[in-house]
Design a protein around this ligand. Structure first.
Ligand code: ATP
Ligand code: MG
Length: 558
């Protein structure tokens, strides 16, 4: 469980330790504040592990808060998926909160700001506001409506709230400083008119607060001590503080920023992920190639491997790119200890053992997992006809090929040594069957003369092998760093056409007939696979979670 795991020290942790030592706080109160406008992705997992992790580590609390201030994009489907994903990652929230629960309070604070001469109703439209905002080198221009009387502002804001005006015709703005070097401080919009029903408040509101206006107040109401967000909000911090300072809040929260997670071969914006789903490029939010938490889950990732990844990459103040292979490495390390080793033949090639006694079936002992002494043994049956993988035979072997080829001997895992004597082809010249002889003395993989044989192949017995479908997944994109896209290209131009290879005719050990959805296995010599979420006994489907090749193992030992 997460609380048993230690965290790499990071700058936010150090700050919390200081705050506790100096008596500023007893324990941190944090929150994870997603907008329910899409499914969570691995970047969110970093934020979840950080916020929930800090609360756990220091005996504080973390809220799950839906930042649901924009009725246009939010849906309950997303709310449910987010709750599910946070739980799956292994975390429990102290309170389930909604920004929409505070709409009345936000509205009262807006009125307080108007009364204090610090907010005004602007009749300019969005375009005019943008044009008058100025640039980094040129100050903004004050709105002609900036100096309206308090009474007029109160009246107009009330009428905006009631829905008397059209969308886009007026906004409520904070009256700060149109000459500020920080563009966020140039009279930012606090409320806009949206004549939309909200999934929780229905038609009660015709104005909705902006993120910058609402977020600090949400933190203030919940007593958040460390409001942690990604770097792009750094320039918004003065505004966050300004809103807090200019009304009477029950608690003063502080915002801290860290660099967002970027992963190689991955896009992470919700807009793009939504587009991949709606344009059917992927099968859904939980397609095993998606960087969503539910996608990783379906792919066979464990919550602990994701938590470990989030912990080990640590926190930084500068944007960087993390290798997807690092995440795969942590997953592999875990599955190596927990996954049963089984044999699965992905592209079957029949092998007849010509000197094997006709009806004889041997029962061979097989270790379930050499990395786990409690995993036990099983028996596997072996007889005259077996299947091996097509890739494990080459009629004209290239140099260094130690698998099966004519007149060459290989070992069959847990079983016997065989030598290829004949290659049977159809009329088209395709290989349909191999004939081999078996050394009956080599049971268990060794011969009395201790003959050296280089290749060891996996296999299944034709007498009890079970048909299965196997999905081989790869990266969804071909570009390592998706921000290196060529200018005239779209991210969809980089979709990897080989990101899903479906093998309809695989054959697996009979043990796998009783697999339950999400059971994880190592298919020997192939990789780690998991039983699909929708698997049934008559429709066995296994998904490649991660291959066996680990490019990070050596790096991390250095
Ligand atoms: P996106 O940009 O993908 O649409 P978002 O920031 O709009 O994401 P929110 O629902 O607002 O999504 O995010 C909830 C929390 O998750 C925020 O605190 C945000 O900072 C954090 N978060 C989002 N993306 C990442 C990321 N890539 N790395 C770390 N934290 C992230
Ligand atoms: Mg956001």
């Amino acid at each position: 469980m997460p609380n048993a795991e230690t965290t790499n020290t990071n700058f936010i942790e150090e700050m919390i330790v200081n705050d506790i030592e100096n008596g500023v706080i007893k324990a941190p109160i944090t929150r994870f504040p997603p907008e329910p406008n899409g499914y969570l992705h691995i970047g969110h997992a970093k934020s979840i592990c950080l916020n929930f992790g800090l609360a756990e580590q220091f005996g504080g609390e973390c809220n799950l808060r839906f930042d649901d201030t924009n009725p246009a994009k939010e849906e309950t489907e997303y709310v449910e998926s987010i709750k599910n994903d946070v739980k799956w990652l292994g975390f429990e929230w102290a309170n389930l909160c909604h920004a929409s629960d505070y709409f009345d309070q936000f509205h009262m604070w807006a009125i307080d700001l108007i009364k204090a001469g610090k907010a005004y109703v602007d009749d300019q439209n969005a375009e005019e506001i943008r044009a008058n905002r100025g640039t980094l080198t040129r100050g903004g221009e004050e709105s002609p409506y900036r100096n309206r009387s308090m009474e007029e502002n109160l009246d107009l804001f009330e009428r905006m709230t009631k829905g008397e005006f059209d969308e886009g015709s007026r906004v409520l703005r904070a009256k700060i400083d149109m000459a500020s070097k920080n563009l966020n401080m140039r009279d930012p919009v606090m409320y806009r008119i949206l004549k939309r029903d909200h999934y929780r408040t229905g038609d009660k509101w015709r104005v909705y607060p902006m993120y910058d206006y609402a977020h600090g107040y949400e933190d203030a109401i919940e007593g958040i001590t460390h409001s942690i967000c990604t770097l792009e909000f750094q320039d918004h911090r003065p505004l966050y503080d300004w809103f807090i300072e200019n009304v009477c809040v029950p608690h003063v929260p502080h915002q801290y920023e860290f660099a967002r997670l970027n992963l190689t071969y991955t896009v992470m914006s919700k807009r793009k992920l939504l587009e991949l789903v709606s344009s059917k490029i992927v099968s859904g939010w939980d397609d095993p190639r998606m960087p969503t938490i539910c996608g990783f889950r379906r792919r066979g990732y464990t919550p602990s491997s994701i938590r470990r990844f989030c912990r080990e990459i640590g926190l930084s103040k500068a944007d960087s790119m993390v290798e997807i292979e690092l995440l795969q490495h942590f997953l592999r390390e875990e599955l190596n200890k927990t996954a049963i080793r089984v044999m699965a033949v992905l592209r079957p090639l029949k092998v007849v053992l010509t000197n094997w006694p006709e009806d004889f079936v041997d029962e061979l002992p097989a270790e379930n997992n050499p990395e786990d002494e409690n995993a036990g043994m099983r028996t596997i049956k072996f007889g005259r006809e077996i299947y091996i993988d097509r890739d494990d035979f080459m009629e004209e072997p290239v140099k260094g090929y130690f698998r099966l080829s004519p007149n060459k001997e290989v070992r069959l895992k847990h079983a016997y040594m065989i030598t290829c004597t004949d290659v049977v082809k159809n009329e088209a010249g395709e290989i349909i069957e191999l004939h081999c002889t078996v050394d009956m003395e080599s049971r268990g993989g060794d011969t009395p003369d201790r003959r050296k044989v280089k290749g060891t192949l996996h296999w299944v017995w034709a007498g009890d092998a079970v048909p299965a479908k196997v999905n081989l997944y790869g990266n969804l994109f071909t570009l390592r760093n998706m921000s290196d896209m060529e200018e005239d290209k779209d991210y969809k131009d980089y979709i990897n056409p080989g990101s899903l290879i479906v093998l309809e005719n695989a054959l697996v050990e009979p043990l796998l007939a009783s697999a339950k959805p999400m059971d994880r296995y190592q298919f020997m010599r192939h990789g780690y696979f998991c039983a699909d979420m929708d698997l049934t006994e008559s429709n066995l489907v296994f998904n490649l979670t991660v291959s066996l090749k680990d490019s990070w193992a050596k790096e991390l030992k250095k």
